[in-house]
Structures are given as C-alpha cells and as structure tokens.
Design a protein around this ligand. Structure first.
Ligand code: TRP
Length: 447
C-alpha cells in the first residue's frame, strides 16, 4: 500500500476490501463449517452473526482507520491512546498466524490445479488429498504459495492488485453461478438444498455451544475482521466517503460469494452420496474434486474452480502479509523487499507443522477462530465504544446523510451488544478448545 495516498476511486477501495474478504474463507471454509455444523442450522446463526455483529464491527475498524489515517499500530497513539496499540498489534499478529496455515491450504489448491490438468484426482480424490495435503508435497506447495505472496508484496504492485481484484471478483461470481447452475441439474440437488436451507432447530438447540463460536469466528474471519486489515484499508479513505454504505456493500458481496459456494458444494456432496459432515478439513477438496472426476467436462470445471480458488486465496494472502510488512517498513529502516522476504520466510516456517499434519492445521484454525479473533474484536469494541466514543460517534456518520440517531444506535450496539455476543462466543470458544484438547470431556456450559 502506498504511503498516505487515498484510494483512486471509492469503488477501488470496495474492491480491495472485497478482495481481502473473499478468499478460502468463503469457498473452502464456509461450506466446510456449514457441513460439519448441521447445515442450515449453522447458516442461520452465521447470517445473524454477519449482519448483527460483523457489519457493525467492520465499522469499528473503519472508524479507527479513517480517523487516524495511520497504520493499525500507530493509529491508536495518533488518536491519543498509545497504550491501545497493543490491540492493533495483536490483530497484526493474528494475521501472521493465519497466513501460516492459509498458505498451506493455498498450496493444496496449487496441487489440485496440477491434478485437474493431469487427471490425478479423478479416480480417487481421497487418496490424492492424502498425498498432497501432508508431507513433503505440502511443504513444497506451501513454499510456492508463500513465494508468490512474497513476490507480489515485495514488488508492491498495489496497482496490479487493485486492477486484478476488479476482474477477479466478477469472474469468481460468474464462475460460481455457472457451477451452481450445474449443481441444480444434479440428482442430489433437492436433498442438498434441504440440508443447506431448512434449519433443524433440534440440532441447533443441541449443538448451540459449538455452533455459536464457529459461526461468529467464521463471520469475523470471512469479513477479515480482527486482523487490523480494515483499519489499514480505511486509513486511505477520503473524509466524505460513507463508511456504512461501503461496509454494507462489502458485507453483502462477501456473503453472496459464500452463499453461492454453498449452492455449488451441497448439491455435489449429496449427488455423490457423501456425508456433509464427514469430509472434515478436506471436504471441498475430496468430495467436490471427486465429483469433478465423475462428470463429463469435469476436468475443465475442476481446473477453472481451482484457478479461481487460487486467485481468491492469493488476493487474501497478499493483504495478510502486507499488514505486518507495511508496519515494519513504516517504522524501521529496512526495504520492503527485505521485510516481505524475512516475514514471509518466518511465517512459512511457522506454517510447516500444519503442512505435516492436518490435525495441527485444525488446531491453528481453531485457536484463530475461537480465541484470537474474538479477543481482538472485543478489544476494538471496548476502545471504540467506551474509550474513544466521542470521536467514534462523530466519525461513523461523517460523509453520510444519516442522522445522529444512527451514530447513537451504533455506539450503544458497540458498547453492549457486541461485547455481550463476543463474551458468550469467547466462553464457548475456549470451552470448545478445551474439549478439543481433551481437558474437558464435553461442553458444560450450554452443553
Ligand atoms: N477473509 C479472508 C477469507 O475469507 C481471510 C482473511 C481473514 C483475510 N483475515 C484477513 C485476508 C485479512 C486478508 C486480510 O479467506
């Protein structure tokens, strides 16, 4: 990101933010989380989390960024609360941890692009996934994915990213629409839609303790919240842009992409008779890839699907690496190339354990979703709602035609509703980490 420029166009900002938001989280993680948390029951809680918690939380990061026009760590000092830099720093740290395993999954996608060309996964997608998701192949593709990410960030082709996302986002939507239309023609479509869209409230009640933290974590992750990224992006915004309008557009487009991915994945899973919950981390990779192998033209569809997935992953990984890189470049006397290479290298090493075991990858994922994200967003909420409330309320309405009532409602939402929702999420999230670690046998709270 160039220094203290503003976005060339308002739409340029929206596309860049959407490019960061749309990624593996929408096309891989969302269907996989939905499938392992009861389908429509999860979808319902997820949509509530996106619109009631995610959208107002996005405005919190926008407010901090635009008001300070500073990078996420210096922003707090600029506003007069230097101690709070720790919150911004924790967000940047979360971005680095996330990139460590994000890059591993990006590496799997690279293997699948190759596999679409050679047909290697058509016969037995499960075996192919097993071979490329752990071990030396995975470490190697993790390195390739990270090297591409470092390359782009090092050469700072910001302009290129802005231009590329403008083509990619529409391309992703068109391709997913095409795949969803194809999914509609499959035998499993009706059963898939039923699972995806008709909530089983009994399941929801019985699994509330695991669904809530998963849905809230997924909402934050998919909207790139809690990573300080939206602080950085909004710091380049002009004073007369409407934060709620831009945020609303980003949230809606991002949600549509995730929903569309579900309309591809569930008909396909039910068509080949796969249990939606059984695929685990490999769901999209095993079941979906398996289905590509079973239909005419599947190699072309598979190739297109995984290329799009790679582009979406790269546009996100770039901004994950950009966040810590720009901080170091701003504050220390090293070149962008040195910093991007050093940080990318360290993060690559940190990701190696997740390239050796999908169980470890699941752990990284769970710590980010259940712990780091809620903690960072909670800190931002306390800061915006209670500590710097006057300037927050002033900033959120700037550039809009909304009356003061909007700012007041939002402020109280940030003060009360978001902390309560996140508090619940955190308690349940930590509990689910303890269950995962075997410390607790089963959920005690709301179990
Ligand atoms: N939202 C991205 C996705 O859905 C992942 C992500 C989370 C991200 N936080 C981010 C990307 C910060 C860029 C910057 O895949």
């Amino acid at each position: 990101m160039a220094e203290r420029e503003t976005w060339t166009t308002r739409i340029g900002f929206i596309f860049a933010a959407v490019g960061s938001a749309v990624g593996l989280g929408n096309i891989w993680s969302f269907p996989f989380q939905t499938g392992s948390n009861g389908g429509a029951a999860f979808l319902l809680v997820y949509l509530l989390a996106v619109f009631l918690i995610g959208f107002p939380a996005m405005l919190m990061e926008f407010v901090i960024g635009r008001r300070s026009s500073m990078n996420p760590i210096s922003a707090f000092g600029e506003l007069g609360y230097g101690n709070w830099s720790i919150a911004g720093a924790l967000g940047v740290f979360t971005a680095a941890v996330t990139l460590a395993f994000y890059s591993v999954v990006g590496g799997w996608v690279i293997s699948y692009i190759g596999g679409s060309l050679t047909g290697a996964y058509f016969g037995n997608a499960g075996a192919f996934f097993g071979a490329v998701s752990v071990g030396s192949t995975s470490v190697l593709t993790h390195a390739i994915f990270m090297a591409i990410t470092i390359g782009i960030v090092a050469f700072g082709i910001q302009n290129g990213i802005e231009k590329a996302t403008k083509v990619m986002i529409p391309a992703i939507i068109v391709l997913l629409l095409g795949l969803a239309a194809w999914g509609f023609t499959l035998d499993g479509a009706a059963a898939g839609y039923e699972y995806y869209l008709s909530p089983d409230f009994g399941y929801l009640a019985a699994n509330f303790a695991s669904i809530v933290p998963a849905a809230v974590g997924q909402a934050f992750f998919t909207l790139s919240l809690g990573f300080s990224v939206m602080i950085a992006y909004a710091s380049y915004l002009g004073r007369d842009d409407s934060l709620p309008a831009d945020g609303g557009a980003i949230v809606v487009v991002n949600t549509l992409v995730a929903l569309l991915a579900g309309f591809v994945v569930f008909p396909v899973l039910f068509a080949i008779g796969a249990e939606p919950g059984s695929g685990g981390l490999g769901a999209a990779f095993v079941s979906l890839a398996g289905a590509f192998g079973q239909i005419p033209g599947g190699s072309v569809l598979g190739f297109a699907f995984f290329v799009i997935l790679l582009l979406a992953a790269l546009s996100s990984s770039i901004s994950l690496l950009e966040t810590p890189t720009s901080y170091v470049v701003d504050n220390y006397d090293y070149s962008r190339k040195q910093v991007a290479t050093a940080l990318g290298g360290i993060i690559w090493v940190a990701g190696i354990p997740t390239a050796l075991s999908t169980n470890t990858l699941g752990w990284y994922n769970a710590v980010v979703f259940n712990l780091l994200l809620p903690v960072v967003v909670l800190l931002f909420a306390v800061f915006v709602g209670w500590v710097a409330s006057d300037l927050s309320a002033d900033e959120v309405g700037r550039g809009t035609s909304l009356d003061a009532g909007f700012a007041t409602t939002w402020l109280w939402w940030v003060r009360i509703v978001i902390p309560v929702a996140i508090g619940l999420t955190l308690v349940l999230g930590i509990q689910s980490l303890l269950v995962r670690a075997g410390v607790l046998e089963a959920a005690v709270i709301l179990g």
